[in-house]
Ligand binder design. Structure first.
Ligand code: MN
Ligand code: MN
Length: 467
């Protein structure tokens, strides 16, 4: 465990240099625990992508509803229903704006005028804890006011939640409403002053009743996000932060860094249920589930670079189905990896992990890179880690979680140079073992963050020494 989570001190420099990302800054630190990136939510509904693989039993729990308006199209203010990523909403005197004068995350946001309303046409059955909404003035319009209303009778009647909000900024401000109502609930956002001034709304998040809203990266909630983060989320990550962009896929969870064009970390579960006989698909490609506004690496960036396209979640860990294996070939699951590292001891530990899994164990694995001020790049600014790290937690039985981690639990942590001159392809992975604490110190991440701190203190200080 660590007491302070530092995510992206370095990346802040690159954000300042990227005007296209400036709009994200206001919301960069939205807690991972309250925001869930449903796989494919940026482009449409769950399951819309041909490589999506929702049927392998690797469910992503929806503790949070998010709506970013990216999936819908509505170009007139006239009242009409529109199908969005979260469901059907009615937009009255409201449309989905895509202009440069629309303040937005991604490429779209809602634009509301007069006494316009945006209303859910479906119930959330799990109640609501908190609701957060980004809001800003459209273009050069003046200030105006609005409110959040809730209905627990399928939209027959609505009651205002909290206070009326004034929108008076040209970049997004965040309005937070404490709801704490259980059972069926739906929401309605209403412009209240009736003026012609327009407001942009975006990034609506609704947490479950009783789920709280607190602390990613050190808090609880890894298991609520995904089975792949059962032991905790290593650092705060959200769908509002381009440099810690949360993408919870069926096969693994990533915190993606668009400034570096690689993941900060990738987290996944490994046990025999993921292992079969599907061959490598080798369909390396950009990750089309991310918002198109997020910069990504391309195949050309790696071509001729001298570095491998190094899987974090290995192809060999996902061999049950073609779709599952194919998902590991997103470039967002890759870092530029030195061949001697990737094909040598790194692969050695990957194989060892699968051998352990085949014995019936439950493994939770996190992998990523370590950087310094002198880290190099390839292609169009794809960052090359100085070292690659991996943390493997070995639990006795499939289905176990944080409470099953004891001071006797085996935790294998390695740190490997990502430079062919500093690592041999024939090196033994055992020789690169370090403590989890040392990787936490280098990266600022908090591994096993949902495990009892007293247990973390013991297992994270120890260096694995088993054969
Ligand atoms: Mn920790
Ligand atoms: Mn590899």
């Amino acid at each position: 465990m660590i007491s302070t989570v530092r995510v992206s001190g370095v990346e802040q420099v690159s954000i300042r240099e990227r005007p296209d990302l400036m709009r994200y800054q206001q919301s960069r630190f939205v807690s991972a625990a309250i925001v869930l990136s449903l796989y494919g939510a940026a482009t449409g509904c769950l399951g819309a992508h041909p490589y999506d693989d929702p049927d392998t039993g690797v469910a992503v729990a929806a503790v949070t509803l998010t709506e970013g308006f990216e999936a819908g199209t509505k170009t007139s203010f006239a009242a009409a229903d529109v199908t969005l990523g979260s469901g059907v909403w009615n937009m009255n005197d409201a449309l989905i704006g895509t202009l440069s004068t629309d303040v937005k995350t991604g490429t779209k946001s809602a634009r509301v005028r007069n006494s316009g309303r945006i209303t859910m046409q479906f119930d959330r059955t799990t109640g609501a804890g908190t609701v957060t909404i980004h809001h800003a003035k459209f273009g050069t319009d003046g200030s105006s006011t609005w409110g959040l209303f809730a209905s627990q009778n399928a939209g027959s009647t609505f009651t205002q939640i909290g206070a009326t909000v004034t929108t008076n900024t040209t970049t997004f401000a965040t309005a937070t409403f404490t709801v704490n109502l259980a059972g069926n609930i739906r929401f309605d956002i209403r412009k209240l002053d009736g003026s012609a001034n327009r407001i942009n709304f975006d990034d609506i998040t609704i947490t479950d009743s009783g789920s709280g809203g607190g602390g990613g990266g050190g808090g609880t909630g890894g298991a609520a996000l995904s089975v792949h983060t059962t032991l905790g989320i290593p650092s705060p990550t959200s769908t509002s932060d381009p440099n810690s962009f949360l993408s919870a896929k069926s096969q693994y969870v990533i915190s993606y860094n668009s400034g570096r064009k690689i993941p900060n970390w990738v987290s996944w579960e490994l046990n025999t249920s993921y292992l079969g006989s599907t061959p490598r698909q080798d369909d390396f490609r950009a990750d089309d589930t991310l918002p198109p506004t997020l910069p990504q690496a391309s195949l050309a960036d790696y071509s001729g670079s001298g570095f491998d396209r190094g899987h974090m979640c290995p192809s060999g860990d996902r061999t049950l189905t073609v779709a599952a294996n194919s998902q590991t070939f997103f470039l967002t699951n890759m870092v530029p990896q030195a061949a001697n590292n990737n094909r040598g001891p790194w692969e050695g530990l990957e194989s060892e992990a699968r051998t352990i899994a085949q014995s019936g164990k439950e493994l939770f694995i996190v992998a990523g890179g370590v950087f310094s001020s002198s880290s190099r790049t390839i292609g169009t600014g794809v960052s090359v880690p100085d070292q690659t790290f991996k943390v493997v937690v070995v639990l006795d039985a499939v289905g176990q979680g944080p409470s099953s981690v004891t001071t006797n639990t085996r935790v294998i942590a390695v740190l490997m140079p990502n430079d062919d001159s500093k690592i041999s392809v024939t090196a033994d992975w055992h020789n690169f073992r370090v403590s989890v604490d040392s990787i936490e110190a280098l990266t600022g991440y908090d591994f096993l963050s949902d495990v009892d701190p007293a247990v973390q203190a013991v297992v994270e200080a120890r260096v694995d020494n088993l054969p």
